[in-house]
Design a protein around this ligand. Structure first.
Ligand code: DC
Length: 210
């Protein structure tokens, strides 16, 4: 069984997906972490994250695994390095290469196997798991999404975060493959003015009605 949630950065996907997975005792799979991990691998090599061929070479020599819910690069846990401003900035262009998307799609599907999972990203409802039993699209205003980000990292600058979010939305929605969009039969939830509890309740209600 698969619950898949797509939506822009800061719409609440990770928080809600993690919580629902924990409440149901299902596996939580954050697909954005794969693109972040490849971005980090490229940056750590001192190579250009905008050079698509070079990123693909890095991907070919990098093994991503998940241990205790944390992403590992060639066996090393890098979970706490995946949300720096630099990885934030380059993960979206890195994820724009259809060849890398194919690799990640295969890796995610393989990892999910036959487990019950709650997964989230930009194309989990459209490309990775188009036949997921439950599909959701979360949305929220860019301003609220920027504020959410700042509450996690208060040292950041609001205008810069907001600008970064708008920039990433534009890139994520205009990819040639795996663009962020609302899947045909996904349930749309605007989380702008909702608490985490309220969003979870709406998800469970929608699942019951399904
Ligand atoms: O959800 P996130 O911010 O951690 O994702 C990092 C980047 O990866 C983001 O710019 C969008 C991209 N991404 C994607 O293209 N497809 C996914 N399924 C998940 C994330």
């Amino acid at each position: 069984m698969v619950i898949a949630i797509d939506g822009p950065a800061g719409s609440g996907k990770s928080t809600i997906a993690r919580r629902i997975a924990s409440e149901l005792g299902w596996y939580f799979l954050n697909t954005g972490s794969f693109y972040r991990a490849y971005t980090l691998a490229q940056l750590e090599k001192g190579k250009d994250p905008l050079d698509r061929d070079s990123v693909l070479e890095t991907a070919a020599t990098t093994r991503i695994t998940v241990q205790n819910g944390n992403i590992c690069l060639n066996g090393v846990d890098v979970e706490d390095k995946l949300h720096t401003p630099l990885v934030d900035k380059y993960a979206s262009p890195v994820s724009s290469d259809p060849r890398l998307r194919e690799i990640v799609t295969g890796e995610v599907r393989e990892l999910a196997g036959t487990m019950n999972i709650v997964t989230e990203g930009r194309d989990t409802t459209t490309v990775i798991f188009p036949n997921a039993e439950y599909k959701f699209y979360f949305d929220a205003s860019p301003e609220v999404r920027a504020l959410r980000r700042l509450s996690e990292q208060p040292e950041l600058n609001y205008d810069e975060v907001l600008h970064g979010i708008i920039e990433r939305d534009r890139n994520d929605m205009n990819k040639s493959v795996g663009a962020l969009k609302i899947a045909e039969n996904a349930i749309y939830l605007d989380t702008t003015n909702l608490t985490i509890d309220a969003v979870c309740e709406k998800v469970y209600n929608a699942m019951q009605k399904h």
